[in-house]
Write a protein of this length. Structure first.
Length: 629
């Protein structure tokens, strides 16, 4: 195999290669991706699908002068390899290493950071308008997957493109997959275009013309393609109606064709859409066979694609299995996912209750308002949406669900630090952004069985409820055959005591217990509380221990600002109880990617960190309490 990749120190080096050499480079990149991501884990499938597209973009355009905006930007690995980060590529998603997404702070070639879907077109349009206003001549290229077009924001951007700029290039990277199979009318529409018999004809002709005539033929071809496709699809062509010129569909793995097409598009003085057909996982059979699994995953065997078997069930699986039970007992229970059937484990629910399962695409706002509509007719929707993605649906939660007191249940997976994915994916804000919303109940389970019980509690509650639970596995507590509703608004006192009280929220209860053990060794009497409910907080318990104890310590896998500890402070203050409160949680800054344990240690969310934070109070507390005995 050739060895061009190590010589690519910047996109200028890509431009030095010939077209046949670019094809060899594509091979090298594929091999590198497969080998490297096998060790680090990451979005292997999407990146194998955009190898040629990214090479062609860097061959034709000039970042950082020109700007590339990638939707989600989980498919930016090839871009990273071509923009001076090849030597650090093996550190991707590792502590201190490259981020798994585009990051403005990481490289001047990363013009816009992302991690959430649907933002590329709006950001690219903003850049294009800024360029126009300041008289620049650079190119702005947005690359968005077909699933990005299930996001409402993409259409909000499209609605403005033609009126606001004359020059913007949008690449629709169509592989027919979101993480799962892409869904809805837009997916069918794209499918109809690409499966039309004329596509094969057009493509064969295009390749033939380009191989015979080079660049000039590209222009000719595009005109032909444009006319033919227009002829095929009639005047209601989606992008044409938005005022963009549509080109394609073309084979997104045909490098010479892509290079010619981008050269042609670069010269256009109209906003354009290039529809490129790609294959997710291209060049790696396990990823082609298992599209869903290889969208994004942990380390795998680069030969076979095998991954380590995880024995214990994840919180997501417990959630989905419990929802199956609830739906079996209650015909009004429905499940909603916004394009995450795999991540939320609703994959398990789909076959069990197919008519009550809804994948709405990457459309969190719609998911929530859709659930509100269902709830008005007596249904009990459970919306399984990651904490970080639910941020997008804040207004629907307030305006459509909570204000009308509709019984929608938000099951917020990945509540807490997400680890390798980094700041775009950490679920660290949901307590703050939800506890200010009237009527909304917020619960956090300490283990798997309590999650099931909280779901039952939510089912019986006639109003909106949110439940947050962490990524991955919990303590491994056995789940009862049938969940039982919890006493509403009541905390669980795990251990009684009268000198110090520790509130360990959810996954941090064991940390609180470990700190309790240390404090007990010092001779203090320590109470440990599993709060269960953030809202309504168990005021009796907070006030009772606040009055008897000389120190309160709260633990949460959440930002401190507006979090559970803040709520405890507010509760104590409202009752005029003056007791020192030490809050353990994430500081007021975005937390980088890394391993959860190491990041917790770094930011003092640990037994040692809690002891350090409590230390200023311990000496006087010990003196006072021990003297009183
Ligand atoms: C708001 C939001 N919801 C959900 C996700 C999770 N997610 C990440 S990538 C992805 C699918 C993207 O599919 P597509 O845009 O077609 O790109 P592909 O991976 O197929 O190349 C989803 C649902 C997200 N990143 N952002």
């Amino acid at each position: 195999m050739s060895n061009f990749l190590p010589t690519i120190k910047s996109p200028a080096d890509v431009k030095k290669l010939t077209l046949p050499q670019l094809t060899e480079l594509a091979q090298e990149i594929r091999e590198r991706l497969i080998q490297s991501v096998a060790k680090t884990g990451g979005h292997i499938g999407p990146n194998l699908g955009v190898v040629e597209l990214t090479i062609a973009m860097h061959y034709v355009f000039d970042t950082p002068k020109d700007s590339f905006v990638f939707d989600v930007s989980h498919q930016a690995y090839v871009h990273k390899l071509l923009t001076g980060r090849e030597d650090r590529f093996d550190t991707i998603r590792q502590p201190g290493g490259l981020n798994g997404f585009m990051l403005r702070a990481e490289s001047e070639h990363d013009s816009f950071g992302a991690g959430h879907a649907g933002t590329a077109l709006s950001a690219a349009l903003g850049m294009a308008v800024a360029r126009d206003m300041s008289g620049g001549d650079e190119h702005i290229v947005a690359l968005a997957g077909d699933a990005a077009f299930t996001c409402g924001i993409s259409y909000e951007a499209l609605n403005n493109v033609a009126a606001q700029t004359k020059r913007l290039i949008i690449v629709l990277n169509d592989n027919e997959w979101s993480i799962d199979k892409n869904v809805g009318a837009i997916a069918s529409y794209f499918h109809k275009i690409v499966t039309h018999p004329s596509f094969t004809y057009l493509h064969d002709r295009a390749t033939d013309l380009i191989s015979r005539f080079g660049g000039k033929a590209g222009k000719h071809l595009q005109r032909k393609a444009e006319e033919s496709v227009k002829g095929l699809l009639g005047p209601s062509m989606l992008f044409e109606e938005f005022g963009l010129d549509y080109y394609g569909p073309i084979d997104g793995h045909d490098l010479p064709l892509l290079v010619n097409t981008f050269q042609f598009l670069k010269a256009q003085n109209r906003p354009v859409v290039l529809h490129a057909i790609t294959q997710k996982g291209r060049g790696f059979q396990p990823a082609i066979d298992k599209q869903k699994k290889f969208h994004g995953l942990g380390p795998y065997d680069p030969e076979t694609g095998h991954t380590a078997v995880v024995g214990q069930k994840t919180y997501s699986e417990i959630f989905a299995e419990t929802l199956v039970k609830l739906a079996t007992n209650d015909s009004k229970v429905v499940a909603i996912t916004a394009a995450m059937p795999n991540g939320t484990a609703l994959d398990v629910f789909r076959p069990a209750h197919p008519t009550r399962y809804f994948d709405v695409g990457i459309a969190e706002e719609h998911a929530v308002i859709f659930a509100a509509g269902l709830a008005t007719k007596g249904y009990k929707p459970f919306c399984a949406i990651y904490s970080t993605f639910l941020q997008r649906a804040f207004d629907p939660i307030v305006h459509d669900v909570a204000l009308q007191e509709l019984p929608v249940v938000f099951c917020m997976d990945r509540g807490g630090l997400s680890g390798d994915d980094g700041p775009t994916h950490h679920g660290l804000f949901d307590i703050s952004y939800l506890r200010c919303v009237p009527n909304l109940v917020h619960m956090v389970p300490k283990d798997e069985d309590e999650l099931a019980d909280m779901m039952q509690t939510a089912l019986l509650h006639n109003g909106p409820v949110a439940i947050r639970y962490p990524r991955g596995t919990g303590p491994g507590t056995a789940v009862k055959a049938q969940p039982v509703a919890l006493e509403f608004g009541k905390a669980e006192v795990v251990q009684d005591g009268h000198d110090v009280v520790l509130f360990g929220l959810g996954a941090l209860l064991p940390m609180a217990e470990a700190v309790a053990a240390e404090l007990s060794r010092l001779g203090l009497s320590v109470a440990v509380v599993n709060p269960r409910f953030v809202k309504p907080i168990d005021r009796d318990v907070v006030e009772r221990y606040g009055r008897t104890c000389g120190l309160v310590i709260t633990f949460e896998d959440h930002v401190l600002a507006g979090g559970f500890g803040s709520l405890v402070l507010e509760t104590l203050s409202a009752a005029e109880i003056d007791v020192p409160v030490v809050r353990v949680g994430w500081p007021d800054q975005f937390i980088e990617h890394g391993k959860v344990d190491a990041l917790r240690e770094k930011y003092g969310i640990s037994v040692a960190g809690a002891m350090r934070a409590a230390e200023p109070y311990l000496k006087s507390l010990l003196e006072e309490r021990l003297a009183a005995r």
